[in-house]
Design a protein. Structure first.
Length: 334
């Protein structure tokens, strides 16, 4: 049996859109969204204990005493009946209060890691009920990769999406989700969408991006050629901007640099969509037009503004890429 697991990644996510399409009788809002994991990750280390104790050690600023990692470990310990424990060390990189799912991702990676470390060998379907109870975003991070998400976050349809680049900005202010849901500006009745419509628009925008690059027309930094980075909207964004002026300021900064912006989750982080990663469209398209593929390979990165934007003090920014699959995809059987 394994004794340690080091450098276990817990990737953040972006909501490419986020619609609120209704509300359940118990007050939970019904959502539709596309989640994509990105390469902005926390790092977790796990050391097995034989005394049953579960302890956390922060490799940076102190985290909340009862964070989701501890709750996830205790939930799996109780459900499995194992007598083993664990020391969990967390190097926190994904910002808190950003709408990027950092805490939820840590919890999911904890479930997957301890499933291995404790020798449980549970399939993903057996871990999923624990994930649902831990939080709305946790089931996604227990999945395979990009997904169409519905319900309160528990209904997942896997998607195959070409990897893309995004510039993500996290203002210094964090936003509590509860304040967003309490706002009168929150849109709660968006018409339900279907997966096919999202995929059709997403692929059309990538085709336009490819065409612009093959013609040498600009840098293609706005994949959709509009002021929004793709399908739909974020129904929480208006409420967030009213509560936190920094969200609007971050959007303006990205609009100037890249031509588009959108908030992820309940904020306060926002992102700009920059288009496919070098060579990714050619890899996905197979035997398409050679000259077009060469244009993507040679020019997709070269035409964009520099990665380092000048941000206000206390803000964080990073050039990220979406992931085709969760880095721990093979850690639990389907």
């Amino acid at each position: 049996m394994l004794k340690v697991l080091y450098d276990v990644p817990a990737p953040a996510k972006l909501n490419l859109f986020l619609h609120i399409v209704g509300r359940r009788d118990d007050g939970y809002h019904l959502l539709q969204s596309v989640f994509v994991p990105i390469d902005w990750c926390d790092q977790l280390h796990f050391e097995r204990r034989d005394d049953g104790r579960i302890a956390r050690h922060d490799l940076g600023p102190a985290l909340p005493e009862e964070d989701l990692c501890i709750r996830a470990a205790r939930a799996l310990q109780a459900a499995s009946g194992t007598s083993l424990g664990v020391d969990i060390s967390i190097r926190k990189e994904v910002p808190w209060g950003a709408g990027m799912g950092g805490g939820s991702s840590d919890a999911a990676s904890t479930l997957l890691a301890l499933n291995r470390l404790w020798g449980l060998h549970w399939p993903r379907s057996q871990l999923m009920p624990l994930a649902v109870r831990l939080g709305a975003d946790v089931p996604f991070f227990l999945g395979d990769g990009p997904a169409w998400v519905e319900g309160i976050g528990e209904r997942l349809t896997p998607l195959q999406l070409t990897p893309e680049r995004y510039y993500v900005v996290k203002p210094s202010t964090s936003l509590p989700t509860q304040s967003i849901f309490a706002s009168d500006l929150l849109v709660r009745d968006t018409k339900a969408a279907i997966v096919a419509d999202f995929l059709a628009q997403h692929r059309a925008e990538q085709g336009k991006y490819l065409m612009n690059l093959s013609k040498g027309a600009g840098d293609g930094s706005s994949a959709g050629g509009s002021g929004a980075p793709g399908f739909g909207a974020n129904d929480m964004q208006a409420a967030a901007q009213a509560l936190c002026s920094e969200v609007g300021q971050a959007c303006q900064l990205l609009e100037r640099a890249y031509g588009n912006s959108r908030m992820t989750g309940s904020g306060s982080a926002v992102f700009a969509r920059l288009g496919p990663v070098s060579g990714s469209l050619s890899a996905h398209r197979g035997s398409g037009d050679v000259s077009a593929r060469m244009s993507v390979q040679a020019g997709v990165d070269a035409g964009h503004p520099p990665e380092a934007l000048v941000l206000p003090k206390g803000w964080q920014g990073r050039m990220c890429r979406s992931l085709e699959a969760h880095p721990l995809k093979g850690w639990a059987a389907d």
